[in-house]
Design a protein around this ligand. Structure first.
Ligand SMILES: [Cu+2]
Length: 240
C-alpha cells in the first residue's frame, strides 16, 4: 500500500511541479503584457475535486481490505498467549503458567481490583503469573496478545515490531500476534495520550532465547488472582 501511495503522490507531484514551472516561465512578467483576470472554471473545479475523491475512496477500500486480510491471519496454535492490560499509568502483564494456558479474559469482569477480567474459578488461570511493566518474550516464537484497558484508551506500541494497537476499555483484542526474530531490549510505549502520567507509561520489554524465557517464567510465582481467593480485597493486594 505504501508503494501504491508513493506512486500516486510521486506522479501527482511531478505533474503539479512541471505545470507550475511551465506556468512560471510562460506567464513571467514582460513589459507591455497585461495580466488576465480569471474568475475560475467550474468544470475544472469539479474535475480536480472528483479525481482525488475517487483516489481516496479507492485507497480507503483497498486499505480496509488489506487490514481485513492481516486480521484474518490467525496466530499459530503454539503461540505463547500473553495478556496486556493498560492502566493509568502502567502495564499489567499476565503469562500462562506451566499448563501453557492463559485464564480466559472477560472485559465485563475488568475492574480496579481485577485488571485482567479473570474469572477466579477458571482452572486455566490458576497457575498464571503476572508482572508489572516487565515483558519478556522468547525469540522466534509466535506470541499472541490479549490486549485491553482498565480505564481509558491506551495503545500497545513497539516501533521495532511494527506493532500498534489501541486498547479501548470494555474490549479484549486477541487478533494481535507477532514473532520477534532477534533478541534485544525494547520499550513498550503507550501511544495514546492517556492522562498526566502518559509520558512515563512504558514497559521494559526483552526478547530472549527460549531457554532464558523458560527460566524467567519458572522463577515467577503464580498470581494469586488465579488462586482460590475470590475476595476482591485479596485480588487487589496481589495485583499491586
Ligand atoms: Cu496510556
Amino acid at each position: 500500500m505504501i508503494y501504491v501511495i508513493l506512486w500516486i503522490t510521486g506522479i501527482t507531484g511531478i505533474l503539479v511541479f512541471s505545470t507550475m514551472i511551465y506556468f512560471i516561465v510562460k506567464y513571467r512578467h514582460r513589459g507591455g503584457v497585461g495580466a488576465i483576470h480569471s474568475h475560475g472554471n467550474n468544470t475544472l473545479e469539479v474535475v480536480w475535486t472528483t479525481i482525488p475523491v475517487l483516489i481516496f475512496l479507492g485507497l480507503a477500500i483497498y486499505g480496509n481490505e488489506m487490514w481485513g486480510r492481516m486480521r484474518m491471519q490467525k496466530a499459530p496454535a503454539d503461540a505463547l498467549q500473553v495478556a496486556v492490560v493498560g492502566e493509568q499509568f502502567g502495564w499489567n502483564v499476565r503469562y500462562p503458567g506451566p499448563d501453557g494456558k492463559l485464564g480466559k479474559m472477560d472485559s465485563h469482569k475488568i475492574g480496579k481490583d481485577n485488571p485482567f477480567g479473570i474469572d477466579p474459578n477458571d482452572p486455566d488461570g490458576r497457575d498464571d503469573f503476572t508482572t508489572y511493566n516487565d515483558l519478556v518474550f522468547p525469540v522466534n516464537r509466535p506470541v499472541q496478545l490479549h490486549l485491553s484497558s482498565k480505564d481509558v484508551i491506551h495503545a500497545f506500541y513497539v516501533p521495532e515490531f511494527r506493532l500498534y494497537q489501541d486498547m479501548v476499555p470494555g474490549r479484549v483484542y486477541d487478533f494481535v500476534w507477532f514473532r520477534a526474530d532477534s533478541v534485544g531490549s525494547f520499550q513498550l510505549a503507550c501511544n495514546q495520550l492517556c492522562g498526566q502520567g502518559h509520558y512515563k507509561m512504558f514497559g521494559k520489554l526483552a526478547v530472549v532465547p527460549d531457554s532464558e524465557y523458560e527460566a524467567w517464567a519458572k522463577g515467577k510465582a503464580p498470581s494469586a488472582t488465579a488462586s482460590l481467593s475470590s475476595s476482591a480485597e485479596d485480588v487487589a493486594t496481589v495485583n499491586r
